[in-house]
Structure formats: C-alpha cells, structure tokens
Design a protein around this ligand. Structure first.
Ligand code: HQG
Length: 178
C-alpha cells in the first residue's frame, strides 16, 4: 500500500479509536474495542472509505504498533483521551524511564511534575532514543529521566502497553531530572 494512504488510515484510526468515536457515530466498548464492520461502515458513511484488507495492513505495518485486531474487533493499544479500561496489569518498571519533551515545557514540568494533559496517563519511554523521537514531534527534544524504580518503591503503579509505552498516572517533580 502507498505509504501516504497507510498514514492517512492510521491517523483516521487514531482520531476515532482514541479520541472522537462519536464523530462518526462509532461506539467503543469499555476496553476500547470497536467492531470492524461497524467502523468500516461508519467511515464510509462519513466520506472515508477503506477496506478490511487495508485496515489489516495498517494494523500489521504500523511503525509503533498503535492498534490491535482481535477477530472482528480493533482498538488502539494506548493514547486514548476517551475513557477506556485497558486492563493492563501493574508491572514493576525498570530503574529509569525517560520522557521526551521540549524546552518550553521543562520549567513547568520540573515545578509541578509530569501530568497526563489530554491523555489518561503520562507516557514514558524505555530508552532515551525513543524519548528523543517523542520530544522531536514538537521541536528540539529535551529528555527527562524518571526515577521509576524509586517511584514504584514509593507505591506508584506502572503499566506497560502492548507497544512498549510505559504508563503512570503522574510523575511528581522529586522523581524527575534533566
Ligand atoms: C507536556 C505519541 C507543561 C509533555 C508519542 C508533552 C507518545 C507538560 C505534552 C505519546 C506537563 C503532552 C504521548 C506540565 C506534561 N507542564 N507541560 N506539568 N506535563 N507536559 O502528546 O508524551 O504517535 O499527550 O511533555 O510517541 O508527548 O500518538 O504526550 O509534551 O508515545 O502513538 O505535555 O504520543 O504516540 O503531550 O506523547 P502528549 P507525549 P502516538
């Protein structure tokens, strides 16, 4: 498939499986799953037509494995702003995790900690290179180190999404350094 079309479908999925299912009259269940037949029909009704084969290709080839298919169901594995219960088990994190951001946010982050902003959880990366890419979406990246081991020892819960993103509710400033 043409890479531009794959990206277009992926962005369409992100919008409707993470943020605004109601925009096309789609319903997600409590765990974020949408019925594939219903999704394809809703998209077509709203002027964007793609096939099940194209959906399968996008899910399989997606650079960050953002989506998962299970029979006739599809969902985003993380990144939601709509309420979903992904039922990921609490998992002990590595000693350090990383957060990629940009300079203009750093002062506020070091003062008030990392907050989930529009999403359910703060997203953390397992390595500096991934964090650098996350930060680079917004400008010259700045990488913050999160003392995840100490957070966990102090009772904070961590989960890891199917595509390797570490999730936690918030990161207080005392666990953060540049
Ligand atoms: C910042 C992408 C000021 C935070 C990526 C970030 C990731 C604060 C922005 C995933 C703050 C939120 C998530 C505070 C946090 N003061 N700024 N107290 N706390 N921020 O997009 O981590 O392509 O919601 O630094 O690869 O950038 O969508 O989070 O800049 O995995 O699959 O507020 O999104 O994945 O932005 O990215 P986001 P993120 P996908």
């Amino acid at each position: 498939m043409d890479e531009r079309r794959a990206t277009r479908i992926s962005k369409y999925l992100a919008l409707h499986l993470r943020h605004r299912p109601e925009r096309i009259g789609l319903t997600l269940d409590a765990e974020g799953w949408a019925d594939v037949t219903a999704l394809l029909a809703a998209a077509a009704r709203h002027g964007f037509r793609f096939t099940r084969a194209e959906l399968e290709h996008v899910v399989a080839a997606n650079d960050k494995k953002r989506y998962e298919l299970d029979g006739n169901r599809v969902r985003a594995v993380q990144g939601h702003s709509v309420p979903v219960e992904l039922n990921l088990p609490p998992t002990p994190p590595p000693e350090f995790l990383y957060h990629g951001t940009v300079r203009r946010f750093v002062e506020s982050i070091l003062r008030e900690g990392l907050r989930p902003m529009g999403r359910h959880d703060v997203h953390l990366s397992p390595d500096r290179e991934t964090a650098r890419r996350v930060g680079a979406r917004r400008g010259k990246p700045v990488i913050l180190t999160v003392d995840a081991g100490r957070m966990a020892a102090d009772g904070h819960e961590f989960r890891v999404s199917a595509n390797g993103v570490w999730l936690t509710g918030s990161v207080p400033p005392e666990y953060l350094r540049e």
